[in-house]
Design a protein around this ligand. Structure first.
Ligand code: TRP
Ligand code: ZN
Length: 862
């Protein structure tokens, strides 16, 4: 059998400009699976039609398939299977091409194609996994009607699911059975799915706006059934929301979700049969945090929304990936904002964007949301495609207004329903529905790099005028040395320093490289509030004093801007401390005191506002990142905040205690603030605090409070730390998703021994490279822990590289996602940079390296 890892040393790049329409179309396909974990036989019957005049032979993708037979119209056919392409000779339009192959799901450690997860057989085909199941033109612009027949052992696999509607099932001899499913909607093969397993469903129904009944099922192992109610509620809420907000109705009679434990990403939007990483389905108060509950609702919504933005209208080629992902992330963000606090949701989304996408856009792997080339498409499921993509959709809505945007999406769906579309089609629909000109806006699709906006506000008292000078610069990125200015929608307000009066509140679209805006009738010095709601994904540089930032953090009527002012004040203070060895913590302490005493504020917001910027984000502001200095300066500010505001933290801690668990925005906010207060109390060094944390840990009736207390203890030297870790492990042993938390919380610890602890945990019997969740919990968390990863002796880099090399042999896609932290070497001192480069070179010297890791490591080296 051909192994994907025997790829050549220098895999070729695929370029967007080389796109050509397919030579053949496959209007329909009939698939027959004789399922077994060790051995599965796949018989595929393709109806083929020539597309265009060229007399090209039929070429089908296939990877790691044991070919048994090729037939055309029932007769054996001449063929060549070489370099992952099956070429069939003598095929004419209208013929039926049949292949029979054998595959081995249990041996599939890549988790792409058909694989086994804890006794369940399931598929993952996006982006190019279908070619690991059968021979097919594996590209998203070939849309086919699917008929699927599955045969399997009834005891091992009593449930057989596929896309679309069930059309029949029955028993066979020898304890076997069969089931057939038909999907009436033509789809690209990346949306194909099947599942076979011993599963049970949480069933419900949804009545669509036109009155059709949809049977809903969330399929899990029997013991997990009690943990599916939250996901089901989220699914029904998503279906109703998409009707209300986008006018999009579900189109099949059945919608199924299956949860599996081994999954490369979060979830997959296969038509009518979503497959999920179990961490985005299973929840109950004892095992899932509020953040888990929120993520479940967000991912369920995301995959459901893909039914229109992704499935009914799909992508022409993988360079258009952001067409479905950016838009769908934007839709799930809007949905989540509507479920609770929109301001807190925006703060969380922007924090994630800055933590992952900004560094990506500033480093060697920077790419536009519509890339020009790739070696391995799996490497382009990035924060840029997803999250910057969502910001770009959001900006169009900000510029066109809510109604104009809706008119644009209506036109887009109407024009392209059933088609494989491009990003250009989306922008064109926005333009045509609004009579707008977005020609310059298109640069956001083409240019990488986070734009910088410099804002300078001047006031002339005599004329009662304020002048705002805005300038922008888009930084150079790999392959893009010169950039053009982009339209930047900036929500701006001016507040009077003396009266607090709001003088202006408006949207300015900065179109040029530089632009001056004049505000009249301003009799006192104005304070600038800019990029309110984070209206553009840019870095704003505006020289504002700590007094002005403190004013905004207390008085701005835009909650996001308020949070932002506090963050800026904290950042300025920490950076000043790093530069000069010490800084005046007073303004931050006063600003946090104000926020904590603001009784009218939502506790969830107060919690977010009181959080210090992460060590990594502080590092992003520095010419050369100094992890130890950052850690010291940040901890010093934490300690002062804890000590100076101790009574307020104690009051917040007491005030936000609950009697009984409840999942509501108010209860979530109280839990969030309570654990943040506990963290500051720990930083204050209060002698009773470890015991307080231990009490919260022991008495908690929910995972948010329990894990919150554990997270605080794990950063400390208190004796209670080890007791809590041991108790947590004992209580949840055997629950994979919670044991992931146990690994993760230790890998994220700010203590100086985290590197050694993580290396020891990699030898723990519960650790495995084969399960992506477990790997991400330990190694992914460690790689995100700036201080631990960047240990001066290079031990963190060595460990990470060892893990990448080991995982690459099993699961290249997952291994490649661990590479980017090593690619940040340019940002560190020479000693660290040198050690990081050496590890990248060591990785590249590996025999049989996957093209996934090859691409990320070679680009990272630069
Ligand atoms: N389309 C999926 C989503 O965003 C992402 C995804 C799931 C994926 N599994 C994958 C992408 C495997 C690449 C490979 O909803
Ligand atoms: Zn998606």
């Amino acid at each position: 059998m051909l192994d994907a890892r025997t790829a050549t040393a220098q895999p070729a790049a695929i370029r967007r400009e080389d796109y050509r329409p397919p030579e053949w179309l496959i209007p329909s396909i009939a698939l027959e699976f004789d399922l077994g974990a060790e051995r599965t036989i796949v018989r595929a019957r393709l109806s083929v039609e020539r597309n265009g005049a060229e007399q090209a032979p039929l070429r089908l993708n296939g990877e790691g398939l044991s070919l048994i037979e090729v037939m055309v119209n029932g007769a054996p056919a001449d063929h060549i299977y070489s370099e992952n392409i099956l070429t069939v000779e003598g095929v004419n339009s209208g013929d039926t091409v049949e292949t029979i192959v054998e595959i081995a799901p249990a041996a599939n450690t890549q988790l792409m194609g058909l694989y086994a997860s804890g006794g369940i057989l399931c598929t993952q085909c996006e982006a190019e996994g279908f070619r690991r199941i059968t021979f097919f033109p594996d590209r998203p612009d070939v849309l086919s009607r699917y008929a699927v027949r599955m045969i399997a052992d009834k005891a091992l696999y009593p449930v057989l699911l596929a896309n679309g509607d069930p059309v029949g099932s029955g028993d066979l001899e020898h304890g076997r059975h069969w089931a057939e499913w038909n999907d009436p909607f033509p789809k690209p093969c990346y949306l194909f799915a099947l599942v076979a397993g011993d599963l049970e469903a949480n069933r419900d129904t949804f009545i669509t706006q036109s009155g059709r009944t949809v049977d809903l099922g969330i399929w899990v192992r029997t013991e997990d059934l009690p943990k599916t109610d939250h996901a089901m509620a989220a699914l029904k809420a998503s279906m109703a929301w998409d009707e209300k907000v986008y006018g999009r109705e579900y189109d099949l009679a059945v919608f199924n979700i299956v949860a599996v434990s081994d999954f490369n990403f979060g979830a997959m939007e296969n038509k009518g049969l979503n497959i999920f990483n179990s961490r985005y389905i299973l929840a109950d108060p004892d095992t899932a945090t509020d953040a888990d509950y929120d993520a479940i609702a967000g991912v369920v919504a995301h995959e459901y929304f893909h039914n229109w933005s992704g499935n009914r209208v799909t992508c022409r080629d993988w360079f258009q990936l952001s067409l479905k992902e950016g838009f769908t992330v934007f839709r799930d963000q809007q949905f989540s904002a509507d479920q609770g606090s929109a301001a807190v949701k925006r703060i969380e989304d922007v924090r994630a964007l800055r933590a992952i996408q900004f560094p990506e856009d500033a480093g060697p792997l920077a790419h536009p949301i519509r890339p020009e080339s790739y070696i391995e498409i799996s490497n382009f499921y990035t924060a840029t495609i997803y999250d910057k993509g969502a910001e770009i959709i959001r900006m169009m809505r900000t510029i066109l207004g809510a109604d104009g945007f809706r008119a644009g999406t209506d036109l887009y769906f109407q024009r392209h329903d059933g088609e494989a579309a491009t990003c250009e089609d989306f922008v064109k629909a926005m333009e045509d529905a609004n009579g707008a000109d977005l020609s310059r806006f298109r640069l956001w699709y083409a240019q990488a790099g986070t734009p910088r906006v410099m804002a300078d506000l001047r006031h002339d008292e005599a004329s009662c005028r304020a002048h705002l000078l805005l300038e922008q610069a888009v930084p150079p990125t790999p392959d893009q040395p010169d950039k053009q200015p982009v339209p930047v929608p900036l929500k701006i307000a001016l507040f009077g320093e003396m009266t607090g009066e709001k003088y202006a509140d408006r949207l300015i679209v900065l179109e040029e490289q530089a632009q001056e805006i004049v505000f009249d009738g301003i009799g006192e010095r104005p304070i600038l509030s800019i990029n309110r709601d984070f209206s553009a994904p840019v870095i704003v540089e505006a020289a504002r004093s700590s007094e002005d930032l403190a004013f905004l953090s207390a008085n701005d009527d835009n909650p996001f801007a308020r949070y932002e002012a506090m963050q800026q004040l904290m950042l300025d203070t920490i950076i000043a401390a790093i530069r000069s060895g010490a800084a005046d913590h007073g303004p931050v302490i006063e600003a946090v005191r104000q926020t904590l005493s603001g009784t009218a504020l939502d506790p969830a917001f107060v919690g977010e506002a009181a959080l210090l910027p992460s060590e990594a984000f502080i590092g992003d502001q520095m010419e050369t990142v100094d992890p130890d200095a950052i850690h010291r300066a940040r901890e010093a500010l934490r300690a002062d905040l804890g000590t100076e505001l101790e009574s307020l933290w104690r009051a917040a801690y007491a005030r936000n205690a609950a009697n009984r668990f409840e999942y509501s925005p108010a209860a979530k906010g109280a839990r969030r603030l309570r654990t943040i207060a506990l963290g500051y109390l720990m930083a204050s060094g209060g002698a009773d605090v470890p015991a307080l944390a231990m009490r919260q840990f022991g008495e908690a009736d929910n995972m948010t409070d329990r894990q919150g207390a554990l997270g605080v203890l794990v950063n400390s030297d208190a004796a209670e730390r080890d007791d809590a870790l041991a108790a947590f492990y004992k209580r949840y042993q055997g629950n994979a998703l919670v044991i992931d938390k146990w690994f993760g919380v230790q890998a994220l610890s700010t203590r100086s021994d985290t590197g050694e602890v993580v290396q020891a945990l990699a030898r723990h019997p519960d650790f495995t490279l084969a399960n992506p969740n477990r790997l991400r919990a330990l190694v992914g968390s460690f790689a995100a822990n700036q201080r631990a990863l960047h240990a001066p002796d290079g031990s963190g880099y060595r460990f990470l590289a060892d893990m990448i090399i080991a995982v690459d042999r099993l699961n290249p896609q997952t291994a490649a996602r661990l590479v980017p932290p090593l690619g940040r070497w340019r940002r560190f001192d020479a000693s660290r940079a040198d050690k990081m480069k050496r590890e990248l070179m060591r990785i590249l010297a590996e025999q049989g390296l996957s093209k996934d890791v090859f691409e990320q490591a070679s680009k990272s080296l630069g």
